[in-house]
Design a protein around this ligand. Structure first.
Ligand code: PDD
Length: 278
């Protein structure tokens, strides 16, 4: 694989980042994951806008212009002959002596790499996910896409230990989101319910696209918190993320949702997103 590090395209074995990088020492950095289908990047503008916001919230600048970032994405896709998969981008505050106070002028570290993966025909998207409930132990600024991901990694491993696929994280009795996706239920009345945007969840780019499509089709949407108990009573459930699109959820904390197969509205949203959303 050819990866990008601070202005250079190099084979992955030759790419280096300092052990003093604040991303490594403090998780002092942000990231984005963008899907690639048929060699084309999906939702680039949304992801770059969120990146700018994440950086601003952490008192950092954009390392390069938007145009340059798009060029780097395209160049990496080209050099790696990537047809389907994702581009991962990370910006950290860069190398400095270890100190909680950060130097304003440290040269940032910008890293991008690609990962090939089948997205459109991913088996989980057909089958549906089994999720467990897990306490949300993340920090209070989940709207910022930082690389400090150990809490969701632990939650995901709890799910794996139970033979399940993912965890829906719960705070003060209400679902925040999945470990790396936004969470939704569809009520028996046919209303799509997903948590409202706040510091408690990541403002998903796929979430915005899917809610826009749903609204255009006249589907009812309620942006509000919901509990695991309400989710277990729902007609359908699903998650969204850049690399999973709309993915059905068929079991929540041991309770089967609907008849245990992907629901009709979920399937419709998935098709809408795949056909029109990109
Ligand atoms: N995760 N919520 C969380 C906590 C996430 O990590 C993600 C994305 C989302 C969905 O956001 P979007 O629709 O913009 O991808 C919601 C990425 C895919 C990841 O960490 O791999």
């Amino acid at each position: 694989r050819i990866v990008y590090v601070n202005g250079s395209y190099v084979p992955e074995e030759e790419a280096t980042v300092s052990v003093f990088d604040r991303g490594f020492l403090f998780a002092d950095g942000v990231y984005e994951v963008t899907a690639v289908v048929d060699g084309t990047i999906l939702e680039f503008d949304g992801h770059v806008q969120r990146l700018e916001r994440s950086l601003r919230e952490l008192d950092m600048d954009m390392p390069v212009t938007r145009e340059t970032l798009l060029e780097i994405h395209r160049e990496l896709i080209r050099r790696n002959n990537l047809e389907e998969g994702m581009v991962y981008l990370q910006v950290t505050r860069g190398e400095a002596d270890r100190d909680f106070a950060y130097p304003k002028a440290a040269p940032q570290t910008l890293v991008l790499f690609t990962q090939a993966k089948s997205l459109v025909d991913a088996p989980m998207a057909k089958q549906g996910l089994r999720v467990i409930a897990a306490e949300d132990l993340r920090w209070a600024r989940r709207d910022v896409k930082t690389v400090q991901l150990v809490a969701p990694c632990m939650a995901k491993m709890l799910a794996k230990a139970e033979g399940k696929d993912d965890a829906w994280m719960v705070e003060d009795g209400y679902v925040t989101e999945g470990t790396s996706n936004n969470a939704y239920i569809i009520t028996k009345e046919g209303s799509i319910v997903t948590r409202n945007l706040s510091n408690s969840i990541l403002p998903g780019i796929t979430r915005a696209a899917v809610l826009k499509l749903a609204a255009e089709k006249g589907m009812a949407i309620e942006e509000r918190p919901f509990t695991i108990a309400e989710a277990q009573e729902a007609a359908e459930a699903f998650v969204t993320a850049a690399t999973t699109f709309v993915c059905p959820v068929i079991e929540i904390d041991g309770v089967t949702i609907g008849n245990g197969t992907p629901g009709p509205l979920t399937s419709r949203l998935k098709e809408l997103y795949i056909d029109e959303g990109r």
